[in-house]
Design a protein around this ligand. Structure first.
Ligand code: BT5
Length: 269
């Protein structure tokens, strides 16, 4: 018998409860839950090196949670900190399709289960009402030009008080937005289901179109730090390979990877 917890009721993280209502075919059927780890991505990496695939690692807290570019990721109790090991048979240069699919899936899960409109700030932030509720960190291992496996780390501020974070992070949490704690088990079940579905059609127009539709970056003035240096301009669009198309100094520039800051909208512009 499967059981799906009430999404709007707090429950402690419980492996059996998550598994009992999990509707995926393969993702997360092998699930490990830890009390504390350095980073769920570290655990996933060591398991991947031993050949594990499809496994999901969850932790109540991380002592060395990380974001991109070696930034740190605060991971107090109450959040969803998880990593997945995926092995799509795709060339390395299409790896950002995984990030695209997982971003869309996480937004779908939060939006559908909790009725909170969730957007994507390029390239990997989950946003509610202009504030960061989560983020994705993808780390890949390549075999020549082919992707061997990808470790996808997903952090969602679920039952957390965001006022504990510095204000300039512009962070929020699901419990803060809803005014009540949520069932992390229900959200994990739904997120894994949406990731499995999106993963199986990654690279499709369906995922690309929704990724663009959910983008809170298209149309914004931004500052981007990339290997092309620092660029300031207006984002015209996002390309299907994950690149941002930036209008800067009258030229359209493609940036495939980088760090993006949304600049304030100026009155009269
Ligand atoms: C990210 O990096 O947004 C990716 C975060 C991925 C976290 C997951 S949790 C499970 C797995 N295991 C890990 O060790 N990581 C993954 P980035 O775009 O680089 O954003 C990092 C920045 O977000 C920091 O420099 C802070 O400014 C801010 N930040 C840190 N912790 C935050 C939090 N809990 N909520 C909102 N913002 C945060």
């Amino acid at each position: 018998m499967t059981s799906s917890p009430d999404p709007l009721r707090f429950d402690p993280l419980d492996r059996d409860l998550i598994l009992s209502g999990l509707e995926t075919r393969w993702l997360g059927r092998n699930l490990r839950l830890y009390n504390q780890v350095s980073s769920t991505n570290d655990i996933a990496r060591s398991l991947a090196q031993r050949g594990e695939r499809g496994i999901v690692i969850l932790a109540e807290t991380q002592s060395k949670g990380r974001g991109r570019l070696s930034r740190s990721w605060e991971s107090p109790r109450g959040g969803i900190w998880m990593s997945l090991i995926l092995q799509p048979y795709i060339p390395l240069d299409l790896a950002c399709r995984i990030n695209m699919a997982v971003c869309v899936a996480a937004c779908r899960a939060i939006s559908c289960l909790l009725d909170l409109d969730t957007g994507i700030k390029w390239p990997n932030d989950l946003i509610i009402k202009g504030r960061k509720v989560g983020g994705i960190l993808m780390e890949i291992c390549a075999d020549g030009q082919r992707l061997d496996y990808a470790i996808v780390g997903l952090g969602i501020n679920s039952n957390i008080d965001p006022s504990a974070f510095p204000e300039d992070w512009m962070a929020t949490s699901l419990s803060h937005e809803l005014g009540s704690e949520i069932s992390r088990s229900a959200l994990i079940q739904r997120t894994l289901l949406e990731i499995e579905r999106a993963y199986e059609v990654m690279g499709s127009d369906e995922i690309y179109d929704e990724w663009r539709r959910r983008s809170v970056t298209i149309g914004r003035m931004v500052r981007i730090a990339s290997n092309k240096g620092e660029l300031v301009g207006e984002v015209e669009d996002l390309a299907d390979d994950g690149a941002i198309l930036l209008r800067t100094s009258g030229k359209l520039v493609r940036v495939l990877a980088g760090d993006c800051v949304h600049l304030r909208r100026m009155v009269g512009l």
